[in-house]
Design a protein around this ligand. Sequence first.
Ligand code: TYD
Length: 211
Amino acid sequence: MKGLFVVFEGQDGAGKSTQIAALKAHLESCGREVILTREPGGTPIAEKIRELLLDRSNAGMDAACEAYLYAAARAEHVQNVIRPALERGAVVLCDRFLLSSLAYQGFGRQLGEDTIRNLNALAMRGVEPDCTFYLSLDPEEGLSRIAARGEGKDRIEMEEMDFHTRVRKGYLHCASKDSNIHLLDARQNAQTVTAQMLELFSHYLNPMIEK
Ligand code: TYD
């Protein structure tokens, strides 16, 4: 595929939105077509699944049901948005992807990494990120940033701290095994994180310009 698939990951409050916006602005200034999208969501059906997943009144949802719903939303998103954009040569910037399912459902819900990979194979059908940025932050700090913003918590953010700690371990475990997952220390100020992110990203963009 001609395009480039870039994913931003991290626990709630780590600052993904700020960094995605910075990369979008950078790419547009280079004249690239950029598609900004998110998971769960990105298509009308996937956005409906998102509502089900984040609705606080669905507390107590079975873990397998949750994992299938995230994968179901991903299937819609990959087929209707991500794959066509990559085939056109666009740069796709996605707020969360498979790594979220590995961390939250695989480790947080303790369904296991392999189970989540297998369950998502049908949803992804060969579409894998070229590059992932993981905004690394302790969950305590992320959740206190959210509280400071005065935003309400969704169903996942409402989970107890043990859950968020397992998610964090999942992220670190997966990032340590994959050289295309770049860890950014999200305790630093946003401008510093952006500078590091753009430097890492330049290695992906340069070969693309030569295509
Ligand atoms: P997010 O879009 O980051 O929520 P917000 O709009 O509040 O920033 O993500 C929604 C939540 O879904 C987040 O807590 C992480 C969770 N999630 C999973 O558990 N598994 C997944 O596969 C994905 C994509 C998200």
